[in-house]
Design a protein around this ligand. Structure first.
Ligand code: SF4
Length: 368
């Protein structure tokens, strides 16, 4: 590796570790020395902030305290435990890996970086985090926070979205990993990126423990780094969501087993922005008899490659019993909260689902 980088990274180790030990946040998955907890927390944290993850993590571990419990968990319950975290493939992959670990490793995550890497859904970052934090193996764990911190310290202008750049940083870190505390070192770098060398807003260089070794801070280039090639633009999809209800229940349906939000439940929704008349016709085509219709506020949901722009109607029908198809099922809100995982894409409209024994709705803008 470049000698200057090696020198800078070596120099920052001691102040970084000291700062981490004095300032680390108290998190429910830390200091437990439990590889399963490290795994679950790292997967949850991939797309979600620490504060938001805490209650999810605690509930998940309470319900599924070990890997065999995760392997045996019914899909519906698993989706429910993940509801709100999004990117449901993460938990599906975790369950597949848990089955492998139960069958092949007696329910305990293997203590080798390479074997961890061979498990479904575990990439170099997660394998590095588990191996170093839970098993004390000196391997790096490079996530977005670490990429940002290292780019700034070494003043690297390489595109951090490239796999080759991540690999290079892993190699640089591998050379200077402290053998006696690799877990603390990796967590210290992640923590620095999360609370000091932050992704949004100005980096807090004046209170940074490694500023003496940071080229970007020295040369005034912090704002320009890291370099990140802009992502492909998201595809915009217009959809119309229908909250179809009788006096008691609301119609939901299950999404196909493959593709976006695979296998989860949803409020019925259709391509395009339907007019009021088109929405009513759609409901009639389901052999339902609409009595009232109310337009709801539009909403937006952003997935990694797609953005849904939703309009919606709440439609009261005389009875859901006239429906003869197989796709829709009818639930009240309590049932849905307990049994059916409805992804956060529908958050804006789930609140309209009826509680058992709710008073009748007050439709603001009724027709028919
Ligand atoms: S000195 Fe500033 S830019 Fe450098 S690592 Fe610390 S917070 Fe980040």
């Amino acid at each position: 590796m470049n000698e200057q980088n090696n020198f800078l990274l070596n120099e920052m180790k001691t102040p970084l570790l000291q700062w981490y030990r004095e300032n680390k946040r108290d998190l429910p998955w830390r200091d437990q020395n439990n590889a399963y907890y490290t795994w679950v927390s790292e997967i949850m944290l991939q797309q979600t902030r620490v504060e938001a993850v805490k209650p999810y993590f605690e509930r998940f571990i309470r319900e599924l305290p070990d890997i065999p419990a995760l392997a045996a968990c019914p899909e519906k319950k698993l989706m429910k435990l993940w509801e709100g975290l999004g990117y449901y493939n993460r938990v599906r992959n975790m369950q597949q890996a848990a089955v492998t670990v139960t069958e092949k490793y007696e329910g305990k995550l293997p203590e080798s970086y390479e074997e961890l890497l061979s498990l479904k859904g575990i990439g170099s970052y997660t394998a590095g985090a588990i191996a170093s934090i839970a098993y004390g193996i000196a391997v790096p764990a490079v996530d977005g926070n670490v990429l940002r911190v290292i780019s700034r310290i070494t003043e690297s202008r390489e595109d951090i979205m490239k796999q080759s750049v991540r690999k290079k940083m892993e190699e640089q870190l591998r050379e200077i990993m402290p053998e006696e505390c690799p877990g603390d070192f990796n967590q210290a770098l992640m923590e620095l990126g999360a609370v000091v060398c932050v992704p949004n807003g100005p980096a807090k260089c004046s209170s940074c423990p490694v500023r003496e070794c940071c080229l970007a801070s020295r040369n005034g280039t912090v704002q320009e780094l890291p370099v990140k090639a802009s992502k492909k633009e998201r595809r915009i999809e217009e959809r119309t969501v229908l909250v179809i209800q009788d006096g008691e229940q609301t119609a939901i349906s299950r999404r196909p087993g493959r593709g976006l939000l695979a296998g989860l439940y949803e409020l019925p929704n259709f391509e395009g922005h339907l007019s009021r008349e088109e929405a009513l016709r759609t409901v009639q085509e389901l052999n339902l008899d609409p009595l009232k219709i109310e337009p709801l506020e539009p909403a937006k949901h952003i997935f990694s490659h797609i953005e849904w722009r939703m309009t919606a109607y709440r439609i009261r029908v005389s009875s859901l019993e006239s429906y003869k198809g197989k796709k829709l099922i009818f639930v009240d809100r309590k049932q849905s909260e307990k049994q059916y995982a409805i992804p956060s894409a529908f958050r804006a409209y789930v609140g309209y689902m009826k509680e058992e024994n709710d008073e009748d709705f007050k439709y603001r803008d009724s027709v028919l």
